[in-house]
Design a protein around this ligand. Structure first.
Ligand code: FAD
Ligand code: A2P
Length: 419
């Protein structure tokens, strides 16, 4: 019996061994199959990657071949006191698809906007920014500070010029940028005042065309609170400073309000109050004789300024603007909205958006031209009014402003700086 038992145990062990061996073999062969399958995944990914790269490359080549303009921009930065030269070559091809055939669809269609944006970004790469920062501002010397207002005007608006000659590195800038001003003194918590931004009102060559000053157009902020008149910290400081004073300057900053290089561009400007500052720089670049001699930018397009001011006595740089009208009647148009002297059709104050509506047809004829840029600067509060007017004006032309505005923005033709 013992022998039989031992034998049967041996047989059982042998059978168990056999079973284990078979199971092991099966698991091993399954694992081999799975590993083999997994090994194919990188190969499949690589094949897809090559296919996609190939088609992307082809798509970019195709889009580049269709883009409307080829812009080469080379900016030579200024050394102290020297000139900034902008060499620009614009090769124009026919506009891609600007048509106004039907009234039911949106007739203006701007193609290649991504490409246009890339071109704009590349073109603006040379624009100087943040040469001076709040921790290490430049102490500019006040050259002049005078009122821009006439007898009977409301408030206080000054033209202020700073000498930048001594700045090292040189604080150069281009039209449409802003600088920061750090007012002297401390805030209620004993900390230095924070900087405030101001649009630059001069061209890069400065008001005296020597290329080493910057000018601002500043309205003193004043409002009533609990029966008391509150004066804005920085705007009051700026309106009060005297020639010879030193002022902490930062910047320049901003690429939103830059002018196009195209000499045939049309420039529509919508300004309220000190929003005229960048527009003054543009108009000097276009129409001021000595400036033109320096910048070699032979503007041939149409510039149209819509200007909002409370009273005639508050109109800023009026003599210069009238001179440009006389000298360049075919290139400059100037439309005023004097809110407290003129009335809109509803009997309310005349604002620039009312003027936009009056000129809807002519304005939108210009906007349909892909060379037209629109610049909006001044009171933040005017934005909804301008949008409403543009919506109505667009409707009169069978256009949809909420579709069109983002297209203009993408194409780098809609520029807004409000505060
Ligand atoms: P603050 O002492 O800073 O007082 C402003 C504060 O007062 C507000 O924040 C608000 O809290 C309060 N306040 C204002 N009005 C009222 C009111 N009616 N009732 C109650 N509280 C109120 N300004 C120009 O004059 N010219 C320019 O060219 C110009 N360009 C600018 C460009 C950019 C890009 C920006 C962002 C702003 C620009 N400004 C310009 C505005 C400027 O930066 C300052 O904001 C302005 O001068 C006021 O600064 P402040 O120090 O005098 O006023
Ligand atoms: P108003 O103040 O009569 O209402 P300034 O900066 O010199 O005060 O000029 C700003 C101009 O913009 C004024 O004529 C002012 O009119 C006008 N304005 C005020 N609010 C708006 C608005 N929401 N849209 C357009 N213009 C405005």
């Amino acid at each position: 019996n013992v022998t039989i038992f031992v034998k049967s145990q041996q047989i059982k062990l042998q059978i168990d061994n056999l079973i284990y061996k078979e199971a092991y073999k099966m698991v091993y062969s399954q694992a081999k199959v799975i590993a083999g399958g997994l090994a194919h995944i990188p190969i499949v990914i690589a094949v897809f990657y090559f296919i996609m790269t190939f088609f992307n490359k082809r798509a970019i080549e195709y889009a580049n071949a269709k883009k409307p303009k080829k812009v080469e921009n080379k900016e030579i930065k200024a050394k102290s006191g020297s000139e900034i030269k902008t060499e620009t070559k614009v090769e124009d091809e026919k506009p891609s698809s600007v048509s106004a055939e039907t009234k039911t669809e949106v007739p203006i269609k701007l193609e290649n906007t991504t490409i246009d944006k890339k071109i704009i970004k590349k073109k603006n790469a040379d624009v100087p920014v943040n040469i001076y920062r709040p921790k290490t501002p430049y102490a500019g010397t006040v050259k002049e500070n005078y009122s821009l207002l006439k007898e009977g005007a409301i408030g206080r608006v000054n033209h202020i010029t700073f000498d930048l000659k001594e700045s090292d590195p040189f604080l150069n800038y281009v039209e449409g940028q802003s600088i920061g001003i750090m007012p002297a003194g401390e805030d209620a918590n004993g900390k230095p005042h924070k900087l405030r931004l101001y649009s630059i009102a001069s061209t890069r060559h400065g008001d005296d065309f020597e290329g080493n000053t910057v000018s601002l157009c500043v309205r003193q902020l004043q409002y009533e609170k609990d029966g008391e008149t509150i004066n804005g910290v920085c705007s009051t400081y700026l309106c009060d400073i005297k020639p010879g004073d030193k002022v902490k300057i930062t910047g320049p900053v901003g690429k939103e309000m830059l002018l196009p290089d195209d000499e045939d561009a049309n420039i529509v400007m919508l300004a309220t109050g000190t929003g005229i500052a960048p527009m003054r720089a543009y108009l000097r670049r276009m129409f001021e004789a000595t400036e033109k001699g320096k910048n070699k930018w032979n503007f041939k397009g149409k510039a149209w300024l819509f200007m909002g001011a409370p009273k005639s006595a508050n109109l800023l740089y009026e003599e210069d603007l009238q001179r440009y009208l006389t000298d360049y009647p075919d290139n400059f148009k100037y439309t005023k909205a004097i809110s407290r002297e003129q009335q809109n059709t509803k009997g309310g104050r005349m604002y620039i958006q009312d003027r936009v509506l009056e000129s809807a047809n002519e304005l939108f004829n210009m906007i349909e031209d892909e060379k037209t840029h629109i610049y909006l600067c001044g009171l933040k509060g005017m934005e909804p009014g301008i949008d409403e007017a543009m919506t109505k004006a667009a409707e009169e032309k069978g256009l949809n402003w909420s579709d069109l505005r983002p297209q203009l923005k993408k194409a780098g033709r809609w520029h807004v700086e409000t505060y």
